[in-house]
Ligand binder design. Structure first.
Ligand code: GRF
Length: 204
């Protein structure tokens, strides 16, 4: 199977996916390409080190959002992906883009959705005095961070934590749950049906 990963930055989740394709948690699959909207995303270097094709498509090269998304679709579809993985891709996607990949596109969001859609989730959880935080893998739909949740991991927040402590704790969980969900989708155990995530015939 073919995976295309979209990134904007560090790419630690990308690294986890690369590693899990090698160690066999993700089976019979490889990452066909890593595409970034930022030319200096460190994740592009991770991909190159793993001999994965990379591309960066700059937003500034396109007149508008729609033209950009069209170019992105064209680039992605050239790889005939079975799944499109958003891994720290910091861009709001048009409905046209989202609908094109309905049921085939995953995102990971660093909160226990439906709590804290949007940015600065870790700081917001700390500021709210939450003792628990986490991360969610979900199908991408038109609603920002609002698609059906597939799998979440919880972590504690301790009163002595800095925001970086919390980010680290959440990211460690991300690196184990995201590859699992990708394998579920590729092996057809997981699908999106009528706006819900379904795993092994059970609605999640
Ligand atoms: C992750 O924490 C993910 O939840 C969020 O962006 C971050 C990306 O980190 N969507 P990385 O680039 O994978 O290290």
């Amino acid at each position: 199977y073919n995976i295309v990963v979209l990134i904007s930055g560090n790419g630690s989740n990308l690294q986890a996916i690369i590693d899990n394709c090698v160690n066999g948690v993700i089976k019979n699959s490889c990452i066909a390409a890593v595409i970034s909207n930022k030319a200096d995303a460190y994740g592009l270097q991770r991909a190159q080190l793993a001999n994965i094709e990379t591309a960066s498509i700059a937003v500034s090269d396109y007149a508008n959002h729609q033209d950009y998304d069209q170019a992105l679709i064209k680039k992605i579809d050239a790889y005939q992906p079975d799944v499109i993985v958003l891994a720290g891709f910091m861009r709001i996607l048009s409905s046209e883009f989202v609908n094109h990949y309905q049921g085939k596109m995953l995102n990971i969001h660093p909160s226990l959705l439906p709590k804290y859609a949007g940015l600065n989730t870790h700081q917001r959880a700390i500021d709210a005095g939450d003792s628990e935080h986490g991360t969610s893998v979900h199908f991408v739909t038109e609603e920002l961070d609002g698609g059906p949740v597939i799998l979440q991991a919880k972590v504690p927040i301790f009163t002595t934590d800095s925001v970086d402590d919390v980010i680290d704790r959440v990211q460690r969980q991300e690196h184990s749950i995201y590859p699992l969900v990708i394998q579920w989708l590729l092996s057809q155990r997981l699908s999106m049906q009528n706006g819900s995530a379904v795993l092994d015939g059970n609605q999640l």
